[in-house]
Design a binder for this molecule. Structure first.
Ligand code: THU
Length: 131
């Protein structure tokens, strides 16, 4: 994936804008869309804690709201400690990944761990199950 560096940098830069005053765990995400655009997201917490939304889902929502449906080609997630996407975010990402895609986790020191989305959510329930 020739755009890994760009996507990683986008996730790291986005993280600075996270709104996480309750957990202090800031997350930045970037998805590479099939049309070549990069969409970033951050976690946005709320005083009513359960209304908080994760960075990965914010990025996906931005992509769809901007372009309508299109598949994603890669995902990068930046955190302090290289944390992995929550189960809800894995499921939402899979909805827009008809084929497996690379997924990179970046920590504050710049270390990158490489996975694929399907590796993180094997035997997933995707849109094809409803056809
Ligand atoms: N968070 C994300 O943004 N993405 C994840 O996949 C895991 C958790 C956020 C939610 C909350 O604002 C903070 O991290 C701590 O859970």
């Amino acid at each position: 994936m020739d755009r890994q560096e760009e996507l990683v940098e986008a996730a790291v830069a986005a993280r600075k804008k996270a709104y996480a005053p309750y957990s202090n765990y800031t997350v930045g995400a970037a998805v590479l869309a099939a049309d070549g655009q990069v969409f970033t997201g951050v976690n946005v917490e709320n005083a009513s804690y359960g209304l908080s939304i994760c960075a990965e889902r914010t990025a996906v929502v931005r992509m769809i709201a901007t372009t309508g449906y299109q598949p994603i080609r890669a995902v990068a997630v930046a955190t302090s400690n290289g944390g992995s996407p929550c189960g809800a975010c894995r499921q939402v990402l899979v909805e827009f990944a008809p084929q497996d895609v690379p997924l990179w986790l970046i920590d504050a020191a710049g270390n990158i761990q490489s996975f694929t989305l399907y590796e993180l959510l094997p035997d997933h329930f995707g849109p094809e199950r409803l056809l």
